[in-house]
Design a protein around this ligand. Structure first.
Ligand code: APR
Ligand code: ZN
Length: 231
């Protein structure tokens, strides 16, 4: 009798083999630019053009990358698993959706959406946001990337915590386990759920997991999904 209520957390590592940089590996995003300069509300007040340029470049890159075998395997799980499933991603890319995942929450928002700081309207946005780009709803030039910056509240936390407290299997894929609240999810699931980490190398929190498997996501995730669907 296999697990019936599964929560899967993903991080930048699941998109690495699609060609998107992770944040803290060698050559990662935060070794190219300081997060204090481009990923905080203060940075946006201080230098909005620099923040928009940082996200415009990352948004443009999304148009040239594809989901990889790990995203596709999670989409297959979404289609075939008859229990409760929730994928919680820290990623702001749209590779899970494009692979076909439906039962999915973005806790750090989405690069492919813009939000107006005046009228709060959000909408799909796949091109550049310039400082003078008018909001389609209120016409004010007050658009920002609809992502969660450091110091801002992650999204969907109530639904995520409810799922973590009820799950019988928690899987963490491609995340360094350094940024909260996501880094604390394994603790919330421990005790009532089996906890498994699939990561290129053991993360900072690997000792908190029942099992920690090391390897690339495109190898580990399809095998893990096959095993889960066979139970
Ligand atoms: N397959 C599996 N895991 C991988 C792969 C791969 N091909 N490549 C890298 N990894 C692992 C790394 O070993 C590392 O543990 O993915 C993890 C990436 O860690 P980070 O770069 O810290 O990314 P993440 O954990 O998603 O960062 C969390 O921090 O900067 C903020 O908001 C940002 O959502 C992000 C959050
Ligand atoms: Zn507006």
């Amino acid at each position: 009798m296999g697990p019936k209520r599964v929560v899967i957390l993903t991080g930048a590592g699941i998109s690495q083999e699609s060609g998107l940089h992770t944040f803290r590996d060698t050559g990662g995003v935060w070794s190219q630019v300081r997060l204090e300069d481009v990923a905080t509300p203060e940075a946006f007040v201080r230098d909005p053009a620099r923040v928009q340029a940082f996200y415009n470049a990352r948004r443009a890159q999304l148009l040239s990358v594809m989901p990889n075998a790990a995203h596709t395997a999670l989409a297959r799980l979404d289609a075939e698993f008859d229990g409760e499933l929730l994928v919680v991603t820290q990623n702001v890319d749209d590779l899970h959706e494009r692979a076909g995942s439906r039962r999915l929450l973005h806790m750090h928002g989405e690069l492919g959406r813009a939000r107006c700081t005046d009228c709060a309207a959000t909408r799909e946005w796949n091109s550049a946001i310039e400082p003078d780009t008018p909001c389609p709803s209120c016409r004010q030039p007050r658009l920002r990337p609809d992502v969660v910056w450091f110091g801002e509240m992650p999204l969907h936390m109530e639904a995520i915590e409810r799922a973590l407290m009820a799950c019988d299997l928690f899987v963490s894929i491609g995340t360094s386990g350094t940024v909260y609240p996501a880094a604390g999810f394994v603790q919330m699931a421990s005790g009532h759920a089996r906890t498994v980490e699939l990561n290129l190398e053991p993360s900072d929190g690997w000792t908190q997991f029942d099992d920690s498997l090391a390897g690339p996501a495109t190898k580990l995730v399809p095998a893990f999904v096959d095993e889960l669907l066979a139970r």
